[in-house]
Design a protein around this ligand. Structure first.
Ligand code: CU
Length: 264
């Protein structure tokens, strides 16, 4: 009965994008919807347990309040009740674990054939976004937050790497974030479901200018995405070396290359 209630709550919470989000931002990706469903179900389950506990506390306080000076029952144990209140939390944790495991599995899965690959390099204290297949590279100019643009409805692979210390790639509306660790290959797949522009940031304290590590995360319709790529090529925001192929105009790499000098 309790299991059914819990499963029902989590399933109910999982479907449909509308309804209370309990503090979460509105998700803009498929994975984000899944994470929101899990969060909503867990929150509702916690509310149900809380209501039950509050109810029992009030009931016990009223039902067993002192009516006279007789000593109450001094029985030291009640085995059935003790078994019950040990078993119920175990069941709750097991059900929540099951849903978490399934969701995590789906959200962290990597496609064998992503539509777009972006190499994300975090450094003290900004970002470099490199599109190797398109020959485009965006680096912070030190003044304005760099723009990370992806097409709507495409599976985008973010390969996450750091040029120095530990950072964290975080766009709140994706409802996921991932540490970027030296010598660790981390990657996430994201499919953004609607066009828009949001703020991304580093979510791991990485030094004095950590707060400045913001970037603009933008999802554009495919045509807009393509024209943005063209604009980048014309502006010379290209992957170093790509210009040598003759595919892109000269003067490449001079602009926007600041900020990641050295061993990066
Ligand atoms: Cu940081």
């Amino acid at each position: 009965m309790l299991v059914l209630l819990l499963v029902g709550l989590v399933l109910l919470a999982g479907c449909g994008g509308d309804g209370p989000r309990f503090g979460m931002p509105e998700p803009v990706s498929e994975d984000g919807e899944e994470v929101l469903g899990l969060w909503r179900g867990s929150f509702l389950a916690a509310l149900a347990v809380g209501a039950l506990v509050w109810g029992l506390v009030v009931w016990a306080a009223v039902r067993y309040r002192r009516r006279n000076d007789d000593l109450p029952s001094q029985s030291p144990e009640n085995i059935p009740i003790e078994i019950t209140y040990t078993a119920i939390p175990l069941v709750i944790v097991a059900v929540l674990f099951g849903f978490t495991y399934v969701t995590q599995d789906r959200v962290t899965a990597l496609s064998s054939d992503p539509d777009v690959v972006v190499h994300v390099t975090a450094f003290q204290w900004s970002w470099r976004f490199s599109y190797p297949e398109e020959g485009v590279q965006v680096v912070s100019d030190g003044n304005t937050p760099p723009r990370l643009v992806v097409p709507v409805g495409a599976t985008v692979r973010f390969d996450l790497e750091t040029a120095d210390v530990v950072h964290n790639f975080w766009v709140p509306e994706l409802l996921t974030k991932r540490d970027i660790l030296p010598d660790v290959e981390n990657a996430i797949d994201v499919e953004v479901t609607r066009a828009g522009s949001w703020t991304g940031r580093c979510a791991e304290f990485c030094g004095l200018e950590h707060h400045a590590m913001i970037f603009t995360f933008e999802a554009a319709e495919p045509a807009g995405y393509e024209s943005w790529l063209d604009e980048r090529r014309q502006a010379g925001d290209v992957v170093p070396g790509a210009a040598a192929d003759g595919e892109v105009g000269g003067g490449a790499g001079d602009e926007g290359a600041g900020g990641l000098e050295g061993d990066g």
